[in-house]
Write a protein that binds this ligand. Structure first.
Ligand code: GAR
Length: 202
């Protein structure tokens, strides 16, 4: 069983998708803890309701990014975490943390990377006038929303979309590919070679 920690900052719908996915029969991974940097994040309730250990590590209580990341790192190591899943975790992690967790740290982002990195990716897609938008699950590297891509899903951009309707359509796919990606990693089928990820057949 792969031991997972999910890090989030807000509503936690991706956390919920991972809770639901990992609780299905024979899923090869289990969520050991859910960690929020925001004390009243709704995702904390989702995790508690599922009987998962929750931790709040409030970045405001730390004097530096390094100290905050050290507290995260300690919590993860104390629990023998194998894979860290960022799920709407809105903090930039230090180089030291990202390097320490290289290839054991993944993120979901609401665009077809490398397009539209950073905040408001869905509005960026609308502003650019693209006809296809989507989401990406990737291994985390030091650059923001950068790293080898594990999985992507595309959705159409419709003429009457605004950021909310497009975000909702993308989010449905985030939930699907995030759970699938975790499963592939837990099955040992994911291989990273430089910028590319290869999925070994069953
Ligand atoms: C998701 O759309 C996720 O892709 C995005 O935040 C949202 C969190 O929603 N993450 C980023 O933009 C990271 N760059 P959730 O809390 O309901 O999972």
């Amino acid at each position: 069983m792969l031991r997972i920690a999910v890090l989030f900052s807000g509503r936690g719908s991706n956390l919920q998708a991972l809770i639901d996915g990992t609780s299905s029969d024979n899923f090869p991974a289990t969520i050991i803890c859910a960690i929020s940097n925001v004390p009243d994040a709704y995702g904390l309730k989702r995790a508690r309701d599922a009987g998962i250990e929750t931790l709040t590590i409030n970045h405001r209580e730390f004097s530096s990014r390094e100290n905050f990341d050290k507290a995260l790192d300690d919590a993860l190591r104390d629990r023998n975490i194998d894979l860290v899943c960022l799920a709407g975790f809105m903090r930039i992690l230090t180089l030291g943390f990202v390097e320490a967790w290289q290839d054991r740290l993944i993120n979901v982002h609401p665009s077809l990377l490398p397009a539209f990195k950073g905040l408001d990716a869905q509005q960026q897609a609308l502003d650019a006038g693209v006809k296809l938008a989507g989401c990406t699950v990737h291994f985390v590297r030091p650059g923001v929303d950068d790293g080898p891509i594990i999985s992507q899903a595309a959705v159409p951009v419709l003429d009457d979309d605004d950021a909310d309707t497009l975000s909702a359509r993308i989010l449905v796919q985030e939930h699907v590919i995030y759970t699938q990606s975790v499963k592939l990693i837990a099955e040992g089928r994911v291989q990273v070679k430089a910028a590319r990820v290869f999925i070994n057949p069953n």
